[in-house]
Each structure stands twice: as structure tokens, then as C-alpha cells.
Design a protein around this ligand. Structure first.
Ligand code: ADP
Length: 451
């Protein structure tokens, strides 16, 4: 096992990784921008290095500074968390060239999955069902119009380098295609510096179902079941749960095994997530994330497996400590992403937290790096905490979630806690009868109630 790991991230995920390292007896190095000098991950780490000014491009995304921080402190490995450099193949390659272990898959696996067109092609070759669409990038020409007609409208134009739901445009019919292509291309260029786009069938009312996988890079892999992340705003997840209220046991086993086999065949190393849309009993691959995800704790809650510990073990060269038949599922878990935002308008609400009281009790986990007196900086994403609740079944989980939300007090900044208090009482949420469109519809109706 490593003796010292550098955590190239901030916020709750930096703390999450730090906790796993501490349990394994690994020394930790935090890196931080000048805006995060007082952050909890810096306080709790054994050592810390300031890597630049507040903008992420000059600090958390600054590869030379992070490599220097490893060299100064003697860190043997880097955990990238999620976001920032976690899916940057060049970063993984540079670390390798410096004899520092990147805690994640190989640069080549990150590269393949980071290009969504190549990812779909690879998935199809590995026997994973994919969304019907173009097998390469598309331009505004006759061939694209013909393909859209063949697949059937509506179609979705997506950025090859996509992420965070950006660069996606729907075309409802042939007259709309040209506009969708040009807006998707310009958004993609702005967000990712790459205007390559591809075309996919637009599914009307699917659920978002993703499979957590772990591979050892030597041909062994397991899956840890699914998460349902259908409650989304602007294609971004808001609430995640496991197991999915929309799958039955045989579908679960089937899709889990498909994903685990693909990962084993790829020789994939570390944690990953194979994401699908699920509609009318069919699964359609959309992408694979080659890192730990924000919503990993719901899987940890129902399996008892520490996903970050497994990432560290595999990166250190250990074989997978788990066989598929040793992975068992117990109860139900839900995660709410608590953001420092106005719960109606979603406008960011940075500032000082004047009073902070997180909920507790049986089955309640809060992953957060904030504390009373902490100032939420305006430079980064607005996630200030994740509330994860576990119950013996979904009904108990929802009761506990309602109670925990009522207990959670954050003063000084606005948060999205009131949104979750509304959601937990909604019949469609209580019944698990929602798809990826439901939350947007709910928010639109809430903003403009029928008179
Ligand atoms: P990103 O990497 O930007 O998050 P994804 O491909 O993972 O993009 O898709 C994000 C979300 O966008 C999905 O969870 C779903 O809500 C929606 N989406 C993506 N592809 C389709 C599709 N073919 N049809 C309908 N909705 C889609």
C-alpha cells in the first residue's frame, strides 16, 4: 500500500478520500488554492501545499503545480476525486511519466471513454447495448438529415467531448435539425474547445440507471448494482437512489453482469460507472465515467463496501478483494445533493455559514466539508454537502430522509434543502414513479402554479 497520497481536489470529496486514506494508515497531502486556505480538507490533512490563486484553471487544474506538490512532499500517488483533473488522460500520463501513481484507470481508458463517440463504439464492441445514432461525428449535411430521418425524430445532438449536460440540443423535426446542430456545435466549442458533435435517438421518458463497477486491471471485475439518478435538473443529477424503484431483480442482475463483463474484458482498473438510459424494458448505454462519482455513497450504504478504499487498493496493485457472489445488497439508500443555491431560482448563494447543524442518527450520513463560520467561496461548484440516508426498505428510507432534512440547519447562505423537503412529500417521488423529465416538469409547475 502507498505510504503517502496527494488529494488533488477540494470540498467534500477531498475529505471523503482523506478519510479512506486515514483508515488505511496512509499519510495525506492536501492541495489548495489561496481561497481554500481555511478549508476542512487542508485542516485535516497531514500536510498541505498551496497550488495557486482561486480560479481553478490556475490551481486545481494546474498540472505543473500539482506534480511539484507531489515532488516536494514525496507523495507516491494522486487521488483526483471527481471533476477537475479526474478524467484528464494527459494528467494520468504525466503522473506516470513522473513515477507517481494516478489512482484511477490508465490514460488510454480515460481517453477512450472521454470521447463519447469512441466510448459508444467501444461499448458496442464489448456487447453493451447503445442508443441508436451516428457511429461518427456529424456535420450539417444531407447524410445527417438522412440518418435523423432513418432513426426517427426527435433526435439529440450531443458533444463528443461532453460532460455536465452541456452541448446537448434536441431537434424535433427536419426543420429544426440545422439549428440544433449549429447551437450544439458552438456550445461544445465554448465549453470543451472541441466542436465535434454526434447524433442520437432522443428517448422520451427514460430513467437514468447507472452501474457501479470495480476492475483490477488484470481481467477481474465486479459490479455493485445500480443507482437511479433520474431526478435531474438541466441534465444534472439532484437526487440519487439505490436500488432503482424502476428495475426488477432479473433486470438488475442482467445489466450488472453485462457491465462487469465489459469492464473485465477491457482490463479496466479502478472504479467506474457505466451509465444507461432505460425505457420500456431496454437499456441504452450513454457513457462511462472513469472516476468515483458524487453519488457513490448510496452504493456504499446498500453494499457496505468502501469504494474509495477499493480504488486505493487496486491502484496499489492488489487484486480485487471481492468476488461477485460476495457483493450483497441490503435495504435502500437515497442521496440529496445540498447546494448553496436559492431553492427556487438555483442562483448560487456563496457567503459565510453563520450556523451549521447537520442531521444525525441511525442510517444518516452527511458528506460535507463545511463548518460553522466557513465561507463558501464563489469560485467553485455550489455543492456544500450530501445527505445520504439508509433504511431497511424504501419506505423507511423516505421517512428517515424527511426527518433528517428537517433536522439540517444551515444559516447564512441559501440552500436547496427546501427543494428536497418538497420532493420527499411528492406522490410521484414517494411511489418512485418518475423519469428523467419529471423534475423539470415539477419545477416548471412550481414556478408558475396553475391559477
Ligand atoms: P453528460 O456527460 O453531459 O452528463 P450524458 O450522456 O451522461 O451527458 O447525459 C446526461 C443526461 O442527458 C442523461 O442522464 C439524460 O437525462 C440526458 N440524455 C442523454 N442522452 C439522451 C438521449 N439519447 N435521449 C434522451 N435524453 C438523453
Amino acid at each position: 500500500m502507498f505510504s503517502k497520497v496527494l488529494i488533488a481536489n477540494r470540498g467534500e470529496i477531498a475529505l471523503r478520500v482523506l478519510r479512506a486514506c486515514k483508515e488505511l494508515g496512509i499519510q495525506t497531502v492536501a492541495v489548495h488554492s489561496t481561497a481554500d486556505a481555511d478549508a476542512m480538507h487542508v485542516r485535516l490533512a497531514d500536510e498541505s501545499v498551496c497550488i495557486g490563486p482561486p480560479p481553478a484553471t490556475e490551481s486545481y487544474l494546474n498540472i505543473p503545480s500539482i506534480v511539484s506538490a507531489c515532488e516536494i512532499t514525496g507523495a507516491e500517488a494522486v487521488h483526483p476525486g471527481y471533476g477537475f483533473l479526474s478524467e484528464n488522460a494527459r494528467f494520468a500520463d504525466i503522473l506516470e511519466a513522473h513515477d507517481i501513481t494516478f489512482i484511477g484507470p490508465s490514460g488510454d481508458h480515460i481517453r477512450v471513454m472521454g470521447d463519447k463517440i469512441r466510448a459508444k463504439e467501444t461499448a458496442a464492441k464489448l456487447g453493451i447495448p447503445i442508443v441508436p445514432g451516428s457511429s461518427e461525428g456529424v456535420e450539417d449535411d444531407e447524410a445527417t438529415a438522412a440518418l435523423a430521418k432513418e432513426i426517427g425524430y426527435p433526435v439529440l445532438i450531443k458533444a463528443a467531448a461532453g460532460g455536465g449536460g452541456r452541448g446537448m440540443k434536441v431537434a424535433d423535426g427536419p426543420d429544426d435539425l440545422s439549428r440544433a446542430l449549429s447551437t450544439a456545435k458552438s456550445e461544445a466549442l465554448k465549453a470543451f474547445g472541441d466542436d465535434a458533435v454526434y447524433l442520437e435517438k432522443y428517448l422520451g421518458h427514460p430513467r437514468h440507471i447507472e452501474i457501479q463497477v470495480l476492475g483490477d486491471g488484470k481481467g477481474a471485475a465486479v459490479h455493485l448494482g445500480e443507482r437511479d439518478c433520474s431526478l435531474q435538473r438541466r441534465h444534472q443529477k439532484v437526487w440519487e437512489e439505490a436500488p432503482s424503484p424502476g428495475l426488477n431483480a432479473s433486470e438488475r442482475v442482467h445489466i450488472g453482469n453485462v457491465a462487469a463483463k465489459a469492464v473485465a474484458d477491457m482490463g479496466y482498473s479502478g472504479a467506474g460507472t457505466v451509465e444507461f438510459l432505460y425505457e420500456n424494458g431496454e437499456f441504452y448505454f450513454i457513457e462511462m465515467n472513469t472516476r468515483v462519482q458524487v453519488e457513490h455513497p448510496v452504493t456504499e450504504a446498500i453494499t457496505g463496501i468502501d469504494i474509495v478504499v477499493e480504488q486505493l487498493r487496486v491502484a496499489a496493485g492488489a487484486p480485487l478483494a471481492l468476488r461477485q457472489d460476495q457483493v450483497t445488497f441490503s435495504g435502500h439508500a437515497i442521496e440529496c445533493r445540498i447546494n448553496a443555491e436559492n431553492a427556487q431560482t438555483f442562483a448560487p448563494s456563496p457567503g459565510q455559514i453563520t450556523y451549521y447543524h447537520p442531521p444525525g442518527g441511525l442510517g444518516v450520513r452527511v458528506d460535507s466539508a463545511v463548518y460553522q463560520g466557513y465561507t463558501v467561496p464563489p469560485y467553485y461548484d455550489s455543492l456544500i454537502g450530501k445527505l445520504i440516508v439508509h433504511g431497511r426498505d424504501r419506505v423507511e428510507c423516505l421517512m428517515r430522509l424527511k426527518r433528517a432534512l428537517d433536522e439540517y440547519v444551515v444559516d447564512g447562505v441559501q440552500t436547496t434543502i427546501p427543494l428536497f423537503q418538497d420532493l420527499v412529500g411528492e406522490p410521484a417521488v414517494a411511489d418512485g414513479a418518475y423519469d428523467i423529465r419529471w423534475l423539470e416538469q415539477f419545477l416548471a409547475e412550481r414556478a408558475a402554479p396553475a391559477s
